[in-house]
Design a protein. Structure first.
Length: 140
């Protein structure tokens, strides 16, 4: 059973570009689908290296990045993105691996993530977090 989001709930997300960096293919597709349904243009990447390349090509409104990934992990990716574009909104997600989500996401928050969300989460939760971050832009 799926429920549609009310139009007002998607207004903040509509026509925004969201870069999703996630090494788990199933999670990447699920997140991409959720944000597309909310009216976003979605760009996907499988690791931090790919994510940084797409970040420079696309200038996204929002970046959602996993933390524990191969090649370039999420914290290093966040630092590089914030150095290039301090205004970019970044939402870090993680299950935490052996360290635990709170510790990993706490580090991400201290080093530049604007918001964090532990896995597992519902699509409604990540969409609400994304809306909250993008609404901050309008308060400027």
């Amino acid at each position: 059973m799926t429920t549609a989001n009310p139009p007002a709930a998607n207004a903040t997300l509509k026509d925004r570009t969201v870069l999703i960096i996630e090494d788990d293919e199933i999670m990447l597709r699920a997140l991409g689908h959720a944000f597309q349904r909310a009216g976003c243009r979605v760009v996907g990447a499988r690791d931090g290296d790919q994510g940084l390349a797409r970040f420079h090509e696309q200038s996204p409104d929002l970046v959602i990045t996993d933390i524990l990934m191969p090649n370039r992990e999420g914290v290093e990716t966040i630092l590089a993105m914030k150095a290039k574009a301090p205004q970019v909104r970044i939402l870090a997600i993680s299950g935490g691996g052996r360290l635990g989500a709170e510790e990993v996401l706490g580090l991400a928050s201290r080093l530049g993530a604007d918001a964090v969300l532990p896995k597992p989460f519902r699509a409604a939760d990540i969409l609400a977090a994304a809306r909250g971050l993008l609404e901050r832009d309008g308060e400027g």
